[in-house]
Design a protein around this ligand. Sequence first.
Ligand code: HSE
Length: 323
Amino acid sequence: MTAAVVASGDVATSLTGRRVIVKVPATSANLGPGFDTLGLALARYDELEVSVPDASTAPDAPGLEIEVHGVGEGEVPLDESHLVVRAIAHTFARAGVPMPALKLVAHNVIPHGRGLGSSGAAIVAGVVAAKGLLEGIVDFSADELLDLATELEGHPDNVAPALFGGLTIAWVTPEGPRHKKLMVHRGVSPLVLVPEHEMSTALARSLQPESVPHEDAVFNVSRSALLVAALIQSPELLFQATEDKLHQHYRAAAMPETDRLIRVLREAGHPAVVSGAGPSILVLASDPSERAAAIALVEATADTAWQALPLAVDFKGATVQSA
Ligand code: HSE
């Protein structure tokens, strides 16, 4: 992090009137074998406007004003516990700059509690909004942005693709989380299947065992290495490459319809996995016709309502513009 030399009293003044617009993609983490490591950015975006009102012209204005439209409207808190605000506060604290008064307007389309990275997107939106507001005052490196977002999210596999786009490999070092972004083969045609019910990531994580058999670890090392090759170069290997023994079967009882549909899809040859901690399903189809076949199969066999979202891979990650 590098800071421009600005007297602290001047920082508050120089933030007044700043306004940024942030766009953050949905993500799918794990991708089958890559537990807490692999993630994919998907072209469905939450958008956020953040501005610093001029206290001198509106002295009675609240220090924090939040509007939420779309997903989460009427449900998420509208105070300093709002996840985006917590991420902005965390980033300002790291920069050593006092939080100014803020107005936030969120337009959300990423479903909550479905395994599509909505909490990671909110955290990344806050970190990136703070970076935009602090432009010219403090600069953040890519590693620092990932570190800030991972501290709040707990693991880097959703926040890395939300920040950087594409396919990301994320790993943790003593100096903090790191990532490698890769482009995905243009045939890869992701399909997300979203049920009506939610699943808590905390509950899903509580179902993981403390240790796993060595042969299961070896199984996943081979499949996750293969999955990177399949996604960037050889989509015909996606079915074998999406096998997993580290997390999905431990969590299956908590999302039986997800488990059943994944079996149906895989028996028909589609590379279906749990998206993140679930309960959505990600099918990494090799081309658009396979994706259409998977949608038809789900429509014919699902016992409950599932929304089919054919989504392109996002290659840009989060963007911030001064407005
Ligand atoms: N890797 C995480 C998990 C993704 O499966 O618990 C959800 O945050």
